[in-house]
Design a protein around this ligand. Structure first.
Ligand code: E4P
Length: 213
């Protein structure tokens, strides 16, 4: 399973990439606006750390998305163009697939949307599980359904579990065989920790120091 960081903060990417476990980054316009930095510079810096950086188009029509997508893809070979799940987005996914531009379909909330995006040639689809949970729907249930459908076909589209909210989401996504999970920084920081690791290490070191005396 690939692990991505869901952020537009370059320092966070550098830190987690330094652990040797980071496969990519997803950004979105809200995350970028929070950092208030030059978008291209941020994306290029992230591309130095990971081989897959999703940069989202902000146009909503095919012609505008196509233009932005081509521009973003020209910045660096690690850029993946993030396209919203709309009919104009589907046209853009097909166009990009034919041009060899990698894409990630964002704002996927149903199995039918997932199938359409895969058929249009998306390299990645991003179902948002946390936002479904927020409205009392079953986010992880959507991932289970998509993974079940994927077993019957030869889609080369990777399923990226997005809008994760806590470590258990990552475990459940892995159990379902999802290809990628994108994780907010505060959740990613929780993943390496376990209280028994901390107390166990303290005990080992306390015992060792006793021996040295
Ligand atoms: C994914 O690519 C999105 O950036 C992200 O996971 C959205 O998460 P949110 O629902 O916490 O905003």
């Amino acid at each position: 399973m690939k692990l991505f960081l869901d952020t537009a903060n370059v320092e966070q990417v550098a830190e987690v990439a330094g652990w040797g476990v980071l496969d990519g980054v997803t950004t979105n316009p809200s995350l970028v606006a929070k950092e208030n930095k030059n978008f291209k510079e941020v994306v290029l810096k992230m591309c130095e750390h990971v081989p897959c950086v999703s940069a989202q188009v902000t146009a909503t029509d095919f012609s505008g998305m196509k233009k932005q997508g081509e521009e973003y893809a020209s910045w660096h070979k690690h850029v993946v163009v993030k396209v919203p799940m709309t009919t104009e987005g589907l046209k853009t996914l097909r166009y990009c697939r034919e041009k060899g531009i990698r894409t990630n379909t964002t704002l996927v909330f149903s199995v039918s949307q997932a199938i359409l995006a895969a058929k249009a040639g998306a390299n990645i689809i991003s179902p948002f599980i946390g936002r479904l949970d927020d409205i009392s729907e079953d986010g992880m249930g959507l991932i289970a359904e998509i993974m079940e459908v994927w077993k019957h076909y030869q889609f080369d589209t990777e399923v990226l579990v997005a809008s994760t909210r806590h470590p258990r989401h990552i475990v459940e996504a892995a159990k379902l065989g999802a290809h990628i999970c994108t994780i907010p920084y505060d959740v990613f920081k929780k993943l390496p920790h376990h209280p028994l690791t901390d107390s166990g290490l303290k005990k080992f070191l306390d015992d060792w120091n006793t021996l040295q005396k």
